[in-house]
Design a protein around this ligand. Structure first.
Ligand code: ACO
Length: 373
């Protein structure tokens, strides 16, 4: 435990049934399921059912849940106002999504949770279209959540492989222990403020570049490298000049980041159907191999492996998300974790109220007091 750097590193602040991050063995367990097992096969709706189970009176299963999330997307869309496009396209996408989410009514019940769950997908697509000067598209409540998010963004039906790739992403980022945004959501939930307030706290924490803003720089790095043939030289020079290679290394994972493997698999499946630019894939593979070799030489005693951000960047880019929207797509996946953690915290029935140690100046003794007998 480090008690003076402000990070709370090593402090246990919750017991949770929702996820376990095992940095030593490189495993992520989502409520009893290895991420490796569910990331490729599950739809986002499946992980919603898993994480919500027991935290609401009744959680519909399978098709009924998918239909309920579809209706919730429609309810979120109905909140949009005629002048939103003009006002909100001037903000960063995550700030615009947060502003729209703040209009949703607060509460602690399942309908509130489903609206909050559905809304980031609807609002991300709307905001990104407004930035291109085109109208937002209404949800199709009959589609699976990931398929409809891609359709609302592009105005075209996605392929089954593209939908599966987005499902893999959303499932992969659904929850990750007591990360900063989840902790923020739990603190707000513990005050009894309601799920909307808790989710807004989560979005606000995610917005920071140290948490949700990292994959964009991975693409900036690949753009700067340019071609596969140039990867090794560029990366060697970068490391020699003291730069960090974006998308490599992790504070907790000391072996491998299981999320990177899940997303890499999805990217390669997309590549096999021709949905990824071949030159981009070649560049990414060359950059990854060169970076791992260089980092092994630099730090032979320390496993610096590919992290989640490297393949998030490539996968979301291949699915047609602009890099400025990556944090919003992250929120669309992580929102289920925030909601489940908020409910888990509320069930504990206690306000989160840690203590601080005062290290400021002592009050000066007043002249009156000093002279008193
Ligand atoms: N490139 C080059 N060297 C690195 C990298 C990297 N990506 N990561 C760590 N190192 C080196 C450091 O320079 C340091 O060397 P030194 O001891 O000679 O100073 C050593 O490895 C240990 O570095 P730390 O900062 O102590 O490692 P830590 O585990 O605390 O850092 C972090 C993790 C911040 C993610 C780091 O690996 C990094 O900056 N990576 C690049 C940025 C990135 O990809 N961020 C996204 C992370 S995933 C996520 O947050 C969801």
């Amino acid at each position: 435990m480090n008690d003076d750097d402000g990070s709370l590193e090593g402090v246990v602040a919750a017991h949770t049934v929702l996820s376990e991050v095992d940095g030593e063995t490189g495993r992520l367990v989502i409520r009893g399921h290895e991420l490796d097992e569910i990331a490729q096969r599950w739809r986002y709706e499946d992980v919603v059912a898993l994480l919500f189970e027991g935290f609401f009176d009744t959680v519909p299963s399978q098709e009924a849940l998918r239909a309920a999330i579809g209706r919730a997307r429609r309810e979120a869309f109905e909140q949009l106002q005629p002048n939103d496009a003009d006002v909100l396209r001037r903000m960063s996408p995550i700030e615009a999504v947060r502003a729209l989410m703040a209009r949703l009514s607060d509460g602690d019940d399942l309908p509130t949770a489903l609206r909050l769950l559905a809304a980031p997908a609807v609002y991300t697509a709307a905001v990104m279209r407004w930035r291109l000067g085109v109208q937002a598209l209404a949800p199709n409540a009959d589609l699976p959540h990931a398929a409809d998010m891609l359709r609302m963004l592009h105005g075209l039906a996605p392929t089954a492989m593209q939908t599966a790739a987005l499902d893999t992403y959303l499932v992969t980022v659904c929850d990750h222990g007591l990360n900063a945004s989840t902790f923020a959501a739990r603190v707000v939930a513990s005050t009894g403020a309601g799920l909307t307030s808790a989710v807004l706290a989560g979005i606000s924490a995610l917005k920071g570049p140290l948490h949700g803003g990292a994959p964009g720089p991975v693409l900036d790095m690949l753009d700067a490298i340019g071609t596969a043939a140039h990867a090794r030289v560029w990366l060697e020079e970068a490391v020699a000049s003291g730069q960090r290679l974006m998308g490599f290394g992790h504070r907790i994972y000391r072996v491998r980041d299981p999320r990177a493997d899940a997303l890499k698999g999805a990217l390669h499946r997309l590549g096999a159907e021709g949905s990824v630019d071949a030159a981009r894939l070649e560049l990414a593979e060359a950059a990854e191999q060169a970076a791992l070799a260089i980092l092994r030489e630099k730090k032979p005693d320390r496993a610096l492996e590919t992290n989640v951000e490297f393949y998030t960047a490539l996968l979301l880019e291949a699915l047609g998300f602009g890099r400025e929207s990556f944090t919003c797509v992250f929120a669309a996946g992580r929102v289920v974790g925030w909601l489940a953690h908020a409910r888990e915290q509320v069930a504990k029935g206690r306000l989160i109220r840690p203590q601080s140690v005062y290290v400021g100046p002592a009050p000066e003794e007043s002249s009156e007091g000093a002279g008193a007998v």
